[in-house]
Design a binder for this molecule. Structure first.
Ligand SMILES: N[C@@H](CCOP(=O)(O)O)C(=O)O
Length: 497
């Protein structure tokens, strides 16, 4: 299977080459030229497998220059019990007659990013070998909170790699920040960047497309790649957990084979919901995909009106991982729904750079609306939802999950849609104890760790050791850079002129 760029469909490479490259040189994103399909019988067979078997089944349909044995080996390593302690890697918990929570935060960094970022080091190092690349890969990451730590955890001390993460100064929860600044490993670097996530992401994208810098790196034996969802190797593993969720719903008798489900995803960079869209295109019976945003509701407006406009205030919210106004993966969706019209995508993305907005034509807008419902929840609604869900069901949501639950509740009330629904729960509530605890009616007192333990006591839950142990860890990275100086920061770290 070939992979093509959203900005030039004639640029064709293999899946392993797409993983090594991260971003296409033309600024576009790689995606498979054709979409594999799974029959209902195959989905039924997956239901009998464990998570590793299901993921191997899905990934081998996409990553065709890897054998199924190779993929099974990597997946077994990535999701082994010491990394994902619960018996089920991605459990599905019933919330009410229709709603079910897909818990994606049982990995080492307590966020859904672990599904891809525990696996990506295996895929990347194998991809380098397959393509005879002998360079040290330098992975650049922009994060609004979760990706950064997950990428650091995945790549720390992986031979042949170096990783550098930029997070927006003051734009993450304090626990998320500490997860990154205390990271151990000889090959890791972390910078706070002035500005917001979009500034950091733009800075990283600028470095990727800087030909002179690429040359200077090449001369020193370095090659750039990405661990953000612009890299196909990040998205593919996320498709698998939607298949797994369907299997879990089947096994629990909440649906029969062939019944459609809705999938609700809290998203900022549009990667996680795009993975759900891929699952649907592969044959997973899905009715509506519901895109949930926080107060940074650029996606809600886009899906509703067909105009994407990032010229608006940027808000820091209690769901920081979604504080994003430039949703990178939308480009892939537009490419797919427009029938691979690369020229049109180039034009739209140029408009986004030059004036911060673009409008899609009516046909494309209708296609988007046929697949995606949307909604947004500000912090007030988020806190209210955390409190109400806990009171009604005993289920404890983090702030991002609460955004999704609220948007789903409003969608269900407005449409009367009774389709069984899976809501992606993307992070542990203990990462955001400072917001979750007051939402349960408690007065927050003390530092982040006091809050974390107070939340544990209030809800009679055990907080993840990966978070409580941060209290005793040394902060290693304190440097702050201007977005315009990000390239210099990388060059200085690598000692490249
Ligand atoms: N929500 C992300 C932002 C980056 O998104 P990604 O999916 O491209 O990695 C984060 O937590 O960093």
């Amino acid at each position: 299977m070939d992979y093509i760029s959203t900005r030039d469909k004639n640029l064709k490479i293999s899946s392993s080459q797409a993983i090594v490259a991260g971003l296409s040189k033309d600024g576009g994103l790689f995606l498979p030229e054709t979409i594999p399909s799974f029959s209902l019988a195959e989905i039924q067979a997956m239901a009998k497998m464990d998570y590793i078997g299901r993921a191997a089944q899905v990934l081998s349909a996409f990553l065709t220059d890897f054998t199924k044995e190779e993929l099974t080996e990597y997946i077994s390593q990535a999701y082994r019990r010491e990394k994902f302690p619960p018996k089920e890697v991605a459990p599905v918990i019933s919330l009410d007659a229709q709603a079910n929570i897909l818990e994606l935060f049982h990995g080492p960094t307590c966020a859904f990013k672990d599904f891809a970022l525990q696996l990506l080091p295996y895929l990347l190092t194998a991809s380098l070998k397959k393509n005879g690349v002998n360079k040290t890969v330098v992975i650049l990451v922009a994060t609004s909170g979760d990706t950064g730590k997950a990428a650091l955890e995945g790549f720390a001390d992986v031979p042949g790699t170096k990783i550098c993460v930029f997070y927006p100064e003051g734009g993450t929860s304090n626990i998320q920040r500490l997860q990154m600044t205390t990271q151990t490993g000889e090959n890791v670097m972390v910078f706070a960047a002035k500005g917001n996530f979009d500034d950091a992401q733009n800075g990283v994208k600028r470095i990727f497309t800087d030909k002179e810098f690429a040359k200077a790196l090449d001369e020193k034996g370095f090659l750039l790649s990405s661990a953000n969802s612009i890299n196909w190797g990040r998205l593919a593993p996320q498709i698998a957990y939607y298949f797994s969720a369907y299997c879990e719903m089947l096994l629990a008798g909440r649906i029969a084979l062939g019944d459609k489900i809705n999938i609700v995803v809290p998203t900022g960079n549009f990667g996680n919901i795009l993975a759900a869209y891929f699952a649907k295109r592969c044959g997973l019976p899905v009715n509506m995909l519901v895109c949930a945003s926080n107060r940074n509701n650029v996606l809600t407006d886009f899906i509703t009106t067909g105009t994407y406009d990032k010229n608006r205030d940027f808000y820091l919210t209690s769901s920081p991982s979604m504080d994003i106004l430039i949703s990178s993966n939308l480009e892939r969706l537009l490419f797919m729904l427009s029938g691979q019209e690369d020229e049109k995508i180039r034009e739209l993305m140029n408009q986004l750079v030059s004036c911060g907005r673009y409008t899609v034509d009516d046909l494309l807008r209708e296609k988007i609306k046929a697949e995606f419902a949307c909604g947004c929840a500000d912090d007030g609604k988020t806190f209210e939802t955390i409190g109400e869900v806990y009171k009604k069901t005993g289920y404890l949501c983090d702030t991002h999950t609460a955004v999704a639950v609220r948007v789903y509740e409003e969608y269900r009330a407005a449409t009367g849609d009774k389709t069984p629904t899976v809501i992606a729960s993307t992070a542990s509530p203990f990462k955001f104890a400072g917001s979750v605890l007051p939402a349960l009616g408690e007065k927050p007192q003390g530092d982040d760790f006091d809050l974390l333990w107070a939340l544990a006591e209030k809800t009679q839950r055990t907080p993840p050791p990966a978070l409580t142990e941060l209290k005793n860890k040394q902060e290693r990275f304190t440097a702050v850079v201007e977005p315009k100086k990000m390239k210099d920061a990388v060059a200085g770290w690598l000692d490249v002129k």
